[in-house]
Design a protein around this ligand. Structure first.
Ligand code: HEM
Length: 519
């Protein structure tokens, strides 16, 4: 006599007991009352006033009035899928236990369920998926030791290296607070004072800023984390997702053509591929370096505006992810999914990357507001292992996190009355030595232009052409002081880069002058 649907696809069977003889298809209210008329308000005569005691109507309409939760402040538009991560049991063929004791990696063939949400960043929940934007690539690993979230993007680097600047960056890219339009003049007004963004800009305004879809795109953790082994020794680590489908990007004209017909093309592509059994796969690869400052490098390993050169820090495979199941309900699984950089498991750790530290506060802070205090009790966010906390109550508390046999009267620790107890980690704690003056300072090795110039030269001819066109198009309405500053920044990356943007901007002004001259 049980029915009900697993709303989230992650095992939340909302059981409904049926009264004798009731058809399981019978519409009910949330109170379980069978509904015999879902068409007509209860009124005094067919034309008379509506009564206010009409519980069925009030429940239906007031729930509808609350159907939306606040949109993510960034990454509002997204698509998600379930899948599995299979470990290789090694890192690039080497014994992985040397570097990390994280259990999800330790054995060849070990499977960990995952949920991935891809996204664009700036515009809202139904904005076109052809817009120029970094793409989010957030993965939740439901490991035997609890959840691990890897919250990254498709471009390996970021605009800024200090979390203090994130709200300014986002405001510059979001629509103008007066006109409600995204505006290249505002974007470059900000960027012209943010030289560390040049590497990211050189990616973003090239075709790399419009991936063809989510399947044919890379992912990267971007920030620097640590791996910790049994002895408590740490290595710095960067994570990368390499798509088995290859990488494909769109030029601006190609994107415009798609957008004219379909503004949901990336969501559709992912859903249709999985539905057709063409499961997309990504290999997880890492780059490692011993923990430390690495003064021999011309960049700081904690600087997320830099890539770690692959000839010095080779990509080492650790496992394969396959996305093989579409969500059953978009809101329950994709919209309510909550990822955060603070969500690590034993054997994975933070570095002092200043962006990473700022992000780690921000994600769970926004989720307590966006979804609610008990967002971790939702099936999509809850770990697939037992949870036993002394946290109680709060808005929408759905279950009590007690362990089997735990004394339900004890919601504190320590206790002598059969409460929850601490358990030891699986190895030595990583205990970095930290000493210094409290300051507000930039890192020493900013080196804002070298890798941006290398990126410019590594682009194909066609990518460079598209980059210059897009930069000129977005800069042409900016103030002259912004144009001059930007040309100076591009020139510091690469003389040819600066020259081409400068010439492009002059040419963009020409038609007006010619039109005047021809009059
Ligand atoms: C989403 C903050 C940098 C990738 C978000 C959200 C916030 C946020 C508040 C919304 C989360 C939610 O509502 O659930 C920040 C801050 C940053 C930062 C403060 C810098 C200090 C980055 C960087 C990356 C990134 C560098 C890429 C490596 C993402 C992704 C999402 C996201 C992928 C969407 C997650 C999802 O699909 O739900 N960020 N972010 N963010 N951020 Fe960041």
């Amino acid at each position: 006599d049980h029915t009900g649907t697993a709303v989230s696809g992650v095992g939340n069977a909302a059981d409904t007991r049926l009264a004798g003889g009731e058809d399981p298809q019978t519409l009910t209210t949330r109170q379980g009352h069978p509904v015999f008329d879902n068409q007509n308000l209860r009124t005094v005569g067919s034309r008379g006033p509506t009564t206010l005691e009409n519980y069925h109507f009030l429940e239906k309409i007031s729930h509808f009035d609350r159907e939306r939760v606040p949109e993510r402040v960034v990454h509002g538009r997204g698509a998600g899928a379930h899948g599995v991560f299979e470990a290789y049991g090694t890192v690039g063929g080497e014994d992985i236990a040397r570097y990390t004791r994280a259990k999800l990696f330790d054995t060849r063939g070990k499977e960990t369920p995952v949920f991935v949400r891809f996204s664009s960043v700036i515009h809202g929940g139904h904005s076109p998926e052809t817009l120029r934007d970094p793409r989010g690539f957030a993965t939740k690993f439901y490991t035997e030791d609890g959840n691990w979230d890897l919250v990254g993007n498709n471009l390996k680097v970021f605009f800024i290296r200090d979390a203090m600047k994130f709200p300014d960056l986002v405001h510059a890219f979001k629509p103008d607070p007066v006109t409600n339009r995204q505006d290249g003049a505002r974007i470059f007004d900000f960027i012209s004072g943010t030289p560390e963004a040049m590497h990211m800009i050189t990616f973003l305004f090239s075709p790399w800023g419009i991936p063809a879809n989510y399947r044919e795109m890379e992912g990267s953790g971007v920030n620097t984390y640590k791996w910790v082994n049994k002895a408590g020794e740490a290595h710095l680590v960067k994570y990368h997702w390499v798509p088995k489908q290859g990488v494909r990007n769109l030029t601006q004209p190609e994107a415009e053509k798609i957008q004219g017909k379909n503004f949901n093309h990336a969501t559709q592509d992912l859903y249709d591929a999985i539905k057709a059994g063409k499961f997309p796969q990504w290999e997880l690869q890492v780059q490692l370096m011993p923990d430390g400052e690495h003064p021999e490098l011309d960049f700081d390993p904690l600087d997320d505006t830099k890539i770690w050169p692959e000839d010095l820090f080779p990509m080492r495979p650790v496992g394969l992810m396959t996305l093989n199941r579409n969500p059953e309900n978009y809101f329950a699984e994709v919209e309510q999914a909550a990822f955060g950089t603070g969500v690590l498991v034993d054997g994975l750790d933070f570095s002092d990357d200043k962006m990473l530290q700022g992000r780690t506060f921000s994600y769970s802070d926004t989720q307590r507001y966006r979804i609610g205090t008990n967002y971790l009790q939702l099936p999509i966010n809850a770990p697939k292992k037992h949870v036993a906390t002394n946290q109680r109550d709060g808005n929408m508390a759905y279950r009590v996190d007690t362990a089997p046999g735990q004394n339900a009267h004890v919601n504190y620790e320590p206790s002598n009355m059969n409460g929850l107890t601490e358990s030891a980690p699986s190895g030595e704690e990583h205990r970095p030595f930290v000493q210094g003056q409290l300051v507000r300072q930039k890192i020493d090795r900013t080196n804002d232009f070298k890798q941006a110039g290398e990126r410019y030269r590594q682009h194909t001819e066609a990518e460079r052409d598209d980059l210059i066109n897009n930069l000129v198009d977005n800069l042409k309405d900016a103030d002259q002081v912004v144009k001059d500053k930007m040309v100076a920044l591009f020139t510091q990356c690469d003389a040819d880069y600066g020259r081409r943007v400068s010439e492009g901007l002059k040419a963009a002004m020409m038609p007006e002058r010619e039109a005047v001259a021809n009059d």
